[in-house]
Design a protein around this ligand. Structure first.
Ligand SMILES: *[C@@H]1O[C@H](CO)[C@@H](O)[C@H](O)[C@H]1NC(C)=O
Ligand SMILES: *[C@@H]1O[C@H](CO)[C@@H](O)[C@H](O)[C@H]1NC(C)=O
Ligand SMILES: *[C@@H]1O[C@H](CO)[C@@H](O)[C@H](O)[C@H]1NC(C)=O
Ligand SMILES: *[C@@H]1O[C@H](CO)[C@@H](O)[C@H](O)[C@H]1NC(C)=O
Ligand SMILES: *[C@@H]1O[C@H](CO)[C@@H](O)[C@H](O)[C@H]1NC(C)=O
Length: 950
């Protein structure tokens, strides 16, 4: 057996040596070139240093065919040095990729022109200087040339026009000067589809000769240069054109009429020039998705007709323009429209947004125009900005529309399931596994995305998944962050790509990723358009020679740690709280410190919430209490939310916090306040709830809100809250006891629908101990079930007791304990069944009810029900669902609709203050800062305080 194995081993050894000889011995000239490159460059792969190793056989990044080097791929290797002319000796080279080696400097060697077989030449993202060698024009096989993002200067050599097979020409982001060469020159590049010259210093005019009907351009990017003169009319002949960016130049003259022939154009950006004449007629651009004509010198005109006819229009931007007259309301009903940005024009008259129909419309920015009156439509979810218009000093004064509005937090890949896992050195958390690893990092630049909304999670998640799929990474191992539109109007984002089942990528994987992104093998989803990528240097792991030394150092470190560990322990525990919040919740012993189990709720970053609450500004504060403060905020999608932020001192309730997140995310009922998400960051605990524009029941009963509740409304509020509680007790799985039912925990939305809030003290009723949960007594004085207080046995009936107290509050509008008197006892004593109308409570019933209600139908039964709820003995109290049934009967017999509390049905009865149709109208007249209880929040926000101009 052993002999056999030895024989096999020998055989394999011989075979592999033989195969080396036959296939891998590198052509001596190619080997000499590579050795020369090795001597010139720093940081070549370690395999290049192995003395005696044959390049074709063992050098990373070198691929051979029949002993000849055909591919040299060294993307993101951290190479330093200059390009030796010797490289021209690799005469069989087909593909050369040196992208993203910022340490490569000096001139490009003219001998690159000797690589006659070359089809792909990528030198993007290095630091090469001086001019592009004319000899590159000799590379007649070249199809892909990327020299972008270097420091190349001088003129574009006309010889590049000889590259008749070239379809990708990227010279962007250099310091190239002079004119675009034609005649003969680049006008010969008949098959070139990509013409990326943006971000240089090119001057002169755009040569008309460059464009012709036999050209095949898809992307023409000339933005960010110093081009002058007018836009040549020949552009209209290039029917294939999809993206035209001429912005950020000094183009003058008027726009040629036949631009209107470009039926395939998707994005057209002519902003930041000196264009004159009439606004172009774009009626024929049936594919146009994005158009920006801002900052030009067009003559004053009414909005052109294409504003409301271009069915594919997504984003329209004409800022600092010469528009006057009124905005055609047709634009608001375009099917695809997402953003309309027309600030700083002279648009006037009446604005009518009542035709807003697109679900997608996010933004109408009309700041600094001359609009004097506005008809608001149902543009719910879209942001309308009117700051700086006359209408803001009249009818819309002090509304949200007239404030300087912040746009939304941008997307970033969620690490919620990893808690606040942190990593040492340059490692980062892999969002898929939550483990620390060295990602391949870099910045992706999209030069013409067809959207502007950076908060669209599904869009960016599609980018993540296309990256992981296309680049053969594990699903979910891509992280996007730092999204923004930069000064060039490019969408820029940082990406981290994580290795699969490993801490590090090896060199060939890095080269593969670098090439996929520099060679445009990776194709993003269509909305993202053309891109380029710049990688950051990669850390390939430490030197292997350092193992022995490393061990010695490790021992020393361990000894040192031992000595200090006791002292450090305490500090470490403190640090633990901040670094691993979910672990810190494990103090009860039952909680294993895992991330919360969420259904539908989102994780928010601290920055996101900070931004949406205007830096937690006082003017956004809508409530406060022992737990902390509550702020009003607007999320990126326009949703208004209440952000409950725990005070630093009250964060010992980490376990409660997690319980609340999990509970709230699991229960969904129209009479329960919905959890939108949460934030747990650097010891900050925040809960994000749907915003209840009418604040707490307590606040309304106190009369401070200006809303007057008649008897029927009170019945409905009682029914709504009872339904919410019945759901918690009987339908939630497992059932939930609220433990802190009170009027400050009943919130009212814009239709005065009651919703039960705050599950922070909730207790799950586990199956084992169903019926009696023994626990430390928690709750609020005045609402506390006396039996629970005495026995510490918590049941659903404790909530019923508290609810009974709320019912008494609904009758009297008084606090449960006022001037030392307890509402339950006061009512019990005063009750007189012989008084048929007021049951002996004439003095105690809230005068507001009497004022607004002619007939207190069901009053006696309501009172009796309340008194049943506050029976001493839990067994004498009804269940919540019995309460619901009885309340339903009262309302039913009263001929009232028990289900609907729609705005229309309330329209006749409910008129708080002056109603101008503004969604936050109820808050407008409230100036009083309202201190709400610790566990609820109010919205006594002073909108006027926030309406100051900047
Ligand atoms: C290797 O080169 C030969 C011609 O020299 C060619 O026919 C063959 O396709 C090449 N193989 C590869 C894998 O490129
Ligand atoms: C290569 O290009 C240079 C400069 O463009 C030119 O002078 C030379 O003749 C070309 N060589 C060949 C063999 O075509
Ligand atoms: C456009 O600019 C060029 C160069 O600055 C100038 O010669 C020309 O007169 C200008 N044309 C118009 C129409 O303003
Ligand atoms: C392009 O537009 C011009 C002027 O608007 C027009 O005369 C011409 O017929 C159009 N050409 C094509 C091919 O549509
Ligand atoms: C704009 O162009 C369309 C053709 O695409 C034409 O029918 C229309 O008359 C033009 N409008 C103006 C004002 O020139």
């Amino acid at each position: 057996m052993a002999e056999k194995r030895q024989l096999l081993f020998c055989y394999m050894l011989v075979f592999s040596l033989w195969s080396c000889i036959v296939y891998a011995v590198t052509d001596s000239q190619d080997a000499a070139v590579l050795r020369s490159l090795k001597d010139q460059w720093g940081n070549v792969p370690p395999s290049w240093d192995t003395s005696g190793g044959d390049p074709c056989a063992s050098w990373e990044g070198v691929v051979c065919n029949n002993s000849r080097v055909t591919t040299l791929g060294l993307s993101t290797m951290g190479l330093t040095g200059t390009m030796s002319g010797d490289i021209g000796g690799l005469s069989e080279l087909i593909s050369l990729d040196l992208s993203f080696n910022r340490g490569l400097t000096g001139s490009l060697s003219p001998r690159l022109g000797d690589l006659r077989k070359l089809t792909v030449l990528i030198l993007a993202g290095c630091s090469f200087t001086n001019s592009i060698p004319t000899e590159l024009g000799n590379l007649s096989e070249l199809t892909f040339l990327a020299l972008n993002s270097n420091q190349l200067s001088g003129e574009i050599p006309a010889s590049l026009g000889q590259l008749s097979n070239l379809y990708w020409l990227d010279l962007a982001d250099n310091q190239l000067t002079g004119q675009i060469p034609v005649n003969p020159g680049l006008d010969n590049l008949k098959v070139a589809k990509h013409f990326h010259f943006n971000k240089n210093q090119l001057s002169g005019g755009i040569p008309g000769k460059l464009f012709d009907s036999d050209m095949s351009f898809i992307h023409v990017l000339l933005d960010g240069n110093q081009l002058v003169g007018s836009i040549p009319s020949t552009i209209g002949l290039v029917q294939s054109l999809e993206v035209l960016r001429l912005d950020r130049n000094s183009l003058n003259g008027s726009i040629p009429l036949n631009l209107n022939n470009l039926t395939n154009i998707i994005e057209m950006n002519l902003a930041h020039n000196k264009l004159i004449g009439a606004l172009p007629n774009l009626t024929g651009l049936i594919s146009l998705n994005y158009v920006d004509l801002s900052n030009n010198s067009f003559q004053r005109s009414e909005p052109p007709t294409w504003f409301s006819t271009l069915q594919s229009l997504n984003i329209l931007i004409i800022e600092y323009g010469s528009l006057q007259g009124s905005i055609p309301s047709g634009i608001f009903s375009l099917p695809q429209i997402q953003q309309i940005k027309l600030k700083n024009n002279a648009l006037s008259n009446k604005l009518d947004t009542s035709s807003v129909s697109s679900q997608q419309l996010q933004l109408i920015d009309l700041e600094n125009n001359n609009i004097s009156s506005v008809t608001l439509g149902s543009q719910q979810g879209s942001t309308l900005m009117l700051y700086g218009n006359p209408v803001c000093s009249s009818s819309l004064q002090n509304t949200v529309y007239c404030q300087i509005q912040q746009l939304d937090a941008s997307y970033s890949t969620s690490l919620v399931k990893c808690g606040t896992q942190t990593c040492k050195s340059d490692k980062k958390v892999n969002p898929q596994t939550c483990e620390c690893a060295y990602p391949y990092e870099g910045t992706l630049y999209f030069r013409a995305p067809s959207f502007r909304d950076l908060s669209n999670a599904s869009l960016f998640m599609s980018l993540e998944s296309s990256l992981s799929t296309n680049l053969s990474l594990s699903p979910g191992s891509v992280s996007l962050h730092g999204l923004s539109f930069n000064d060039d109007e490019y969408l820029q984002m940082d990406i981290d790509l994580f290795p699969t089942d490993a801490e590090l990528f090896n060199r060939s994987e890095i080269q593969r990723l670098g090439f996929a992104l520099s060679r445009q093998i990776y194709k993003p989803p269509v909305d993202f358009g053309p891109y380029y990528f710049i990688a950051s240097p990669y850390f390939f792991g430490g030197a292997i020679a350092g193992i022995a030394t490393g061990c010695a150092v490790l021992v020393l470190v361990l000894v040192a740690l031992g000595v200090y560990s006791l002292r450090l322990k305490k500090r470490a525990e403190q640090a633990m709280f901040f670094s691993k919040p979910f672990a810190s919740w494990a103090t009860s012993g039952k909680d294993n410190g895992e991330a919360p189990q969420l259904k539908g709720a989102r994780w928010f970053s601290y920055d996101e919430l900070k931004k949406c609450t205007n830096n937690f500004s006082e003017s956004n504060q809508i409530g406060s209490g022992g737990y902390g403060k509550v702020y009003r905020g607007m999320l990126s999608d326009g949703q208004v939310v209440a952000v409950k932020r725990a005070e630093k001192g009250s964060m010992q309730g980490g376990h409660e916090f997690k319980t609340e997140i999990e509970l709230l995310s699991r229960v969904h009922h129209k009479n329960l306040v919905g959890l939108v998400g949460f934030c747990f960051n650097q010891g900050d605990q925040m809960l994000v709830y749907e915003f209840m524009s009418n604040g707490t029941l307590r606040e309304i009963l106190s009369g401070r809100s200006g809303i007057e509740l008649d008897w029927k409304r009170r019945l409905r509020i009682a029914l709504g809250s009872a339904r919410g509680l019945a759901y918690l007790h009987e339908l939630a799985h497992p059932p939930i006891i609220h433990r802190d039912v009170k009027s400050t925990n009943i919130l009212l939305d814009e239709n005065l629908t009651a919703k039960v809030a705050d599950f922070g003290l909730s207790k799950l009723v586990s199956d084992a101990s169903k019926g009696h949960v023994s626990t430390q007594v928690k709750g609020t004085l005045g609402y506390l079930d006396p039996e629970y207080y005495m026995t510490q046995q918590l049941t659903e009936k404790s909530d019923v007791y508290s609810f009974g107290v709320v019912m008494l509050e609904l009758i009297t509008s008084r606090l449960p304990i006022e001037k030392g008197k307890y509402i339950v006892r006061e009512v019990r004593i005063a009750m007189d069944k012989n008084d048929e109308t007021h049951y002996g409570l004439r003095e105690r019933i809230d005068p507001v009810i009497i004022k607004n209600t002619s007939n207190l139908i069901g009053f006696s039964r309501f009172l009796e029900l309340a008194m049943q709820c506050v029976e001493e003995s839990a067994s004498d109290r009804p269940t919540m669902s019995e309460v619901v049934k009885l309340l339903e009967t009262m309302l039913h017999e009263d001929g009232l609709n028990t289900n609907s509390m729609s705005a229309s049905s309330s329209g006749t009865e409910f008129r708080p203050g002056n109603n101008n149709g503004h969604p936050y109208e109820d808050s407008l007249n409230r100036k009083e800062a309202i201190e709400s209880d610790a566990f609820g929040y109010s919205n006594g926000c002073d909108l006027q305080a926030r309406a100051e101009p900047k």
